[in-house]
Design a protein around this ligand. Structure first.
Ligand code: ATP
Ligand code: MG
Length: 415
């Protein structure tokens, strides 16, 4: 029996991969407009990095990590997200010493042991961006503008932006306590997960999908009514900056991110088109993370988007590439000529396809149709002898004689 891939780990095949390349290229182009540089981080880190940054009582650390002990007895984990690694690298290489502000983006696979379904896999891909060193809410708004700009460039009207503030170490403890006091009499309604994390992470009940949790949290105190003056001011300025940029958003005071490191601004880009996989991108501010990881007290903000979910939103668009030219060649001499011409044109940056089997003209032209090439050149013995051949514009349905010189053909392909 043939060996198959692992459940939840997907191949991205030609036909689909062009869409991925388009998403990645668009992200690079847009992010670079905002001054971001790429950072490439490893796929594996010490387990403690994720435990310490993401938080012990989160879904990721509790149940989703691919952790193992390697041959040298080291506890390692396949990265479940990118922020922890980027911040680890930021501290390790003292990137803060080069400039007070750093803007980094990354893209690549992440690993979480989850139940695979549409839009949710065990190896999935994120494109993310992080800014460090800016306290001003101007950067919160700019990061959100960039993210919305990216989706607009893809021609998508979904997802929609939702924002919230989770407060800071000054005001969140009191809010947590108020929420716990509120929920204590309704504990029985909570789902098992939320019951279990009632002490360690009670906020999660607010965005839990279980019916009992929705009932229990109805009328619960809102985090936005419990912000300290600093967080209140930060949130209202963030909204003002978004308004001034004309970026549409809605406030969702029940949004709770599943990672412990978030402070103040948090956000999600959500869609109704992907069932329960509604979050396409998510992120927030993490003012305490860098010092928590042993670095200086530098604030940060960032996001990650799920490339699979972005690709699903783009599903009806066709990204397959078409060759510039298909050469149909009949007979040994013409085939030899076609081979040489193909190489010369490719060296000049033209994409060329031929038929490798030397089949009939009819079958070669069928192949040209299948490739949807822009132009087709037909050559046989006569054409080689004359030094001219028929050059067909497949889109216009016209054809003309062309000299069988690389320069002439190149010029005709690039009007
Ligand atoms: P969800 O609520 O769907 O589990 P999450 O809150 O765990 O998402 P984040 O950790 O914020 O997600 O990751 C950012 C983005 O990465 C998500 O918005 C989503 O698009 C994508 N993502 C997360 N987990 C997966 C997965 N298992 N498969 C595919 N994409 C994922
Ligand atoms: Mg998740």
């Amino acid at each position: 029996m043939a060996i198959t891939g692992i459940k939840g780990f997907n191949d991205i095949l030609p036909g689909e991969v062009e869409k991925w390349q388009y998403i990645e290229a668009t992200a690079r182009r847009v992010f670079e407009l905002y001054g971001f540089s790429e950072i490439r981080i490893p796929i594996m880190e010490k387990t403690e990095l994720f435990a310490r940054s993401i938080g012990d009582a989160t879904d990721i650390v509790e149940k989703e990590m691919y952790s193992f002990v390697d041959k040298g007895d080291n506890r390692v984990t396949l990265r479940p997200e990118g922020t922890a690694s980027v911040m680890r690298a930021f501290i390790e290489h003292k990137l803060y010493a080069q400039d007070s502000v750093s803007k980094l983006y990354y893209m690549g696979p992440m690993f979480r042991y989850e139940r695979p379904q549409k839009g949710r896999y065990r190896q999935f891909h994120q494109i993310g961006a992080e800014v460090t060193g800016v306290v001003d809410p101007m950067i919160d708004a700019q990061v959100l503008n960039m993210l919305c700009h990216f989706f607009a460039e893809l021609g998508l009207t979904e997802p929609r932006l939702e924002i919230n503030s989770l407060g800071c170490p000054e005001c969140r403890p009191a809010y947590r306590q108020a929420l716990k006091d509120f929920l204590r009499s309704r504990l029985e309604l909570l789902c098992d997960d939320c019951k279990r994390r009632f002490e360690t992470n009670p906020l999660r009940a607010l965005d839990c999908k279980a019916a009992g949790c929705k009932e229990a949290t109805a009328g619960a105190p809102s985090v936005l009514d419990n912000l300290c003056a600093g967080c209140e001011d930060h949130f209202s300025k963030t909204k003002q900056y978004l308004d001034s940029a004309g970026t549409p958003y809605s406030v969702n005071s029940r949004m709770v991110r599943g990672l412990d490191y978030y402070t103040r601004t948090t956000f999600e880009l959500v869609t109704g088109l992907l069932g329960s996989q509604s979050a396409v991108a998510a992120g927030g501010r993490y003012d305490g993370l860098i010092s928590e990881l042993g670095g200086p007290a530098i604030p940060g903000i960032g996001f990650a988007m799920g490339v699979e979910r972005v690709a699903l939103l783009l599903s009806d668009k066709n990204f397959t590439r078409r060759p510039d030219l298909f050469i149909a060649a009949l007979g040994t001499e013409a085939r030899g000529f076609a081979f040489k011409l193909m190489g010369e044109l490719q060296a000049k940056g033209v994409s060329v396809e031929i038929d490798y089997d030397g089949k009939s003209l009819k079958s070669q032209l069928r192949r040209s149709d299948k490739f949807n090439s822009r132009f087709t050149l037909v050559i046989g013995e006569d054409e080689i002898a004359k030094g001219t051949a028929q050059f067909k514009d497949m889109d216009k349905g016209t054809q003309a004689d062309i000299r069988l010189e690389t320069q002439d053909i190149f010029a005709a392909l690039r009007p």
